[in-house]
Design a protein around this ligand. Structure first.
Ligand code: NAP
Length: 305
């Protein structure tokens, strides 16, 4: 995190946070707002249907927090949000792509019968018994985490404000998004070769995975733990690198794993509170210029992809 003397932002700085209804996204919004930044807090639900925690936060009535609905799965919602943002702020300095889902199916009967606790189901990297992938939910997971994030990012790139500190895009990824979790060497090489990486390549891999799930083939080429979620984050990391190359000199684009955080997504298991997870994200978003770009971070530490 930048120290006070390295502070490059002001109340004029505009940050957009997706998926701020609960969990890490709500805490990122709070921490950015605490810094005095103007935060556009977004969620797929309208304001009157937000979680009680998000509603309470908004009721604090902070002058530098503005709410707007944004469902990253819905092209029309993204379009309306961008039109609104153009008239409201005109530009963006920080985009935090936090919205995400994890959609594998858990067989709770199996879990109960075998006395497996939630921390093992979610947190043990080797455990997959009682967890399965269904085509519709795998498609939904990849749809939100990769295509939805890309949709909102591409729509906001034209609004990134040119500046000497460079606007920042922070993609919230996962430890499970590391290339090393891919069990097929060809796919690992294909998504790991930054020189030849492209969105078309990334999307071909995603389609191949979904085809395997649809045909109920063995998923031995794909990540063992939560395959659709892990692959969606591998793809998001690859997109981070493609976008960072495209925006070189204009914006800093990075991925970050916030840590294993106690939220609804992890069924309340984890090592960190949402606030601690958010801190890793906010530190990266506010890093003093020259900010890194095209990097992957595991919490505070720079990591390979
Ligand atoms: N918790 C962890 O240990 C952990 C670890 C690594 C990475 N992450 C990543 O961190 C991010 C936040 O996760 P979390 O743990 O805070 O999960 P969470 O508590 O389940 O929150 C997810 C948030 O994303 C929102 N969302 C989902 N689909 C959306 C859409 N189409 N449009 C807009 N918002 C949408 C949800 O909105 P609703 O409230 O309306 O459902 C919710 O606010 C995710 O990208 C996740 O993959 C989490």
């Amino acid at each position: 995190m930048a120290t006070e003397s390295q502070r490059w932002w002001s109340e004029e700085t505009v940050a957009v946070v997706t998926g701020a209804n609960r969990g890490i996204g709500l805490e990122i919004t709070r921490q950015l707002a605490d810094k005095g930044i103007t935060v556009i807090m977004t969620a797929r639900k309208p304001q009157e249907e937000l979680s009680s925690a998000a509603g309470t936060f908004l009721q604090e009535g902070r002058r530098n927090v503005v709410f707007h609905t944004l469902d990253i799965d819905q092209p029309q919602s993204v379009l309306e949000f961008v039109q609104w943002l153009k008239t409201k702020a005109g530009f963006v300095d920080i985009l935090v792509n936090n919205a995400g889902v994890a959609k594998s199916e858990v067989d709770w009967e199996f879990v109960q019968k075998n006395n497996v606790d939630s921390a093992t189901i979610i947190g043990d990297i080797r455990w997959m018994d009682g967890i399965s992938e269904k085509y519709e939910s795998a498609k939904e997971c990849i749809g939100t985490n990769y295509y939805g994030t890309k949709r909102v990012t591409e729509a906001l790139v034209p609004l990134l404000r040119p500046s000497s500190y460079q606007p920042r895009i922070v993609n919230i990824s996962s430890l499970l998004g590391l290339l090393s979790f891919l069990r097929d060497e060809e796919v690992r090489k294909e998504l790991g070769d930054v020189e030849t990486l492209s969105e078309e390549k990334i999307e071909r891999v995603l389609e191949a995975f979904l085809e395997d799930v649809k045909r109920e083939r063995k998923l031995s080429r794909w990540p063992h733990k939560f395959p659709s979620y892990a692959l969606s984050k591998v793809a998001l990391n690859a997109y981070t690198r493609v976008l960072a190359r495209r925006l070189e000199g204009k914006a800093c684009v990075n991925s970050v794993h916030p840590g294993y955080v106690k939220t609804d997504m992890t069924l309340g298991t984890g090592d960190l509170s949402p606030s601690q997870g958010a801190h890793h994200v906010v530190s990266l978003a506010l890093s003093p210029p020259p900010s890194p770009s095209a990097h992957n971070f595991l919490q505070h530490h720079q990591s390979s992809f």
